[in-house]
Design a protein around this ligand. Structure first.
Ligand code: IMP
Ligand code: MG
Length: 203
């Protein structure tokens, strides 16, 4: 069923913002870039690779709040190993889509990383500034191994020379939301990864 909710035309009722929170004269339908079925298949594939790579060992999955939460929740259930979770939070973007170049630690992990197989789980690798900072921070704590799993990779935007060990999809330089990714804290609950066109073209 197609219905119009606030400034958006959506094809089902799973996404709804209160009309009063959106004041715009234009009607925008977020364009689906990666549908939920493709995300699920890719997450299962990454889970299988991690399960094979760490066979017989334990891993700690560190989710980068808040964007990685949905990816971590799905990925964790595709990893058939002894696993624990931890979370870390940094501020870099605020409510803007530009990387400020500065990363500030907002919340540290709760447990020791020493001697453990750490997998840093992130929603998207963009300029690489955030993950370079986090990798250096965690590497200094002497883990047994440190890997990066990023669902999305905007390769063309890279400022820091960093690569993820497990990448879901390489995507073009467009601003995406959904499946945990936000714009000004909204849209994280969209089940597909979609392009917010008005923001992607600089509006
Ligand atoms: P980086 O430090 O530039 O690599 O940025 C990484 C962070 O920027 C991610 O964890 C996201 O929170 C945010 N980010 C980068 N690109 C996007 C996007 O297209 N949509 C939503 N958030 C993004
Ligand atoms: Mg993030």
């Amino acid at each position: 069923m197609v219905c119009r909710v606030g400034a958006f035309l959506v094809s089902d009722l799973s996404f709804r913002l209160p009309f009063s929170t959106i004041q715009s004269s234009s009607v925008e339908k977020p364009r689906i870039l990666i549908p939920r079925e493709q995300i699920a298949m890719k997450v299962a594939e990454i889970g299988m690779r991690i399960t094979a790579d760490f066979a017989g060992e334990s891993v700690v999955l560190i989710g980068v709040l808040k964007g990685a939460t949905i990816f971590l929740a799905d990925l964790a259930r595709q990893i058939h190993l002894d696993a624990t979770f931890d979370f870390i939070a940094v501020s870099s973007y605020g409510n803007s889509k530009q990387q400020s170049g500065e990363v500030k630690l907002v919340k540290d992990v709760d447990s020791s990383m020493q001697g453990r197989n750490v997998i840093l789980v992130e929603d998207i690798l963009d300029t690489g500034v955030t993950l370079t900072y986090l990798r250096n921070l965690l590497q200094a704590r002497q883990p047994r191994s440190l890997k990066i799993a990023a669902l999305l990779d905007k390769v063309s935007r890279r400022i820091q020379p960093i690569r993820a060990d497990y990448v879901g999809f390489e995507i073009p330089d467009e601003f995406v939301v959904g499946y945990g990714l936000d714009f000004a804290e909204r849209y994280r609950n969209l089940p597909d990864i979609s392009v917010l066109e008005s923001y992607s073209n600089g509006a």
